[in-house]
Write a new protein. Structure first.
Length: 199
């Protein structure tokens, strides 16, 4: 007589949930791994952060408003993504069309309906001012800057060099900062983070 299969099925289901986000984070990359640039890789991470974060309803102007991914940079500095960001332009996030907008000042961000903001390294000297201006908003702030989490930024990208000159992208999270903005990051997403600040 065969033993019941329910325990195995239950364990399989748990394992599937545990790796589900990891698979989703790399799924977009798999088909394009040969031609993917480092900035396209990072752009897809931004897209997946959007997919695995919950925003309050009031973060959107209307039920059919787009999901706005903003890039804040100094007008005299090079765009951190350039055309590579187009790999995610027009995709759908939680039933909303993703729209990419570029901002020159944090005041421009405040006047918009931006949900996710990538802050370019050109803004490092103004980081405290930018994050202070956005602290009462529902904007998920992301950068690739040392000390970003300690400055109350929410997600910091980490570019790590591997053997043979290849690079990989990882990330760290300031969960408390996200919670203060009424944003809910998926628990499985947090498990993939290299570091999570909770206090």
């Amino acid at each position: 007589m065969r033993p019941p299969r329910r325990p195995f099925l239950r364990q399989f289901a748990v394992a599937t949930v545990a790796v589900g986000v990891a698979v989703a984070l790399t799924l977009e990359l798999a088909a394009q791994s040969v031609t993917l640039t480092p900035n396209q890789h990072k752009a897809l991470y931004l897209f997946n952060f959007a997919k695995y974060t919950e925003w309050p309803k009031e973060a959107f102007a209307s039920d059919d408003a787009p999901f706005v991914l903003g890039i804040l940079k100094d007008p005299t500095d090079k765009d951190p993504f350039g055309k590579d960001i187009e790999i995610i332009n027009g995709k759908t996030v939680k039933g909303r069309k993703l729209e990419i907008r570029r901002f020159l000042t944090v005041e421009d961000v405040q006047k918009s309906d931006c949900q996710l903001l990538f802050i370019a390294s050109s803004e490092t000297n103004k980081l405290a001012q930018i994050l202070k201006a956005l602290e009462k908003s529902n904007v998920l702030t992301i950068a690739e800057v040392d000390g970003f989490l300690q400055a109350s930024g929410m997600i910091n990208l980490l570019t790590e060099k591997k053997s043979a000159g290849t690079q990989t992208v990882a990330f760290e999270v300031n969960l408390l900062a996200a919670q203060r903005a009424n944003l809910k990051l998926d628990a499985q997403l947090l498990k993939l983070a290299r570091n999570v600040l909770r206090t």
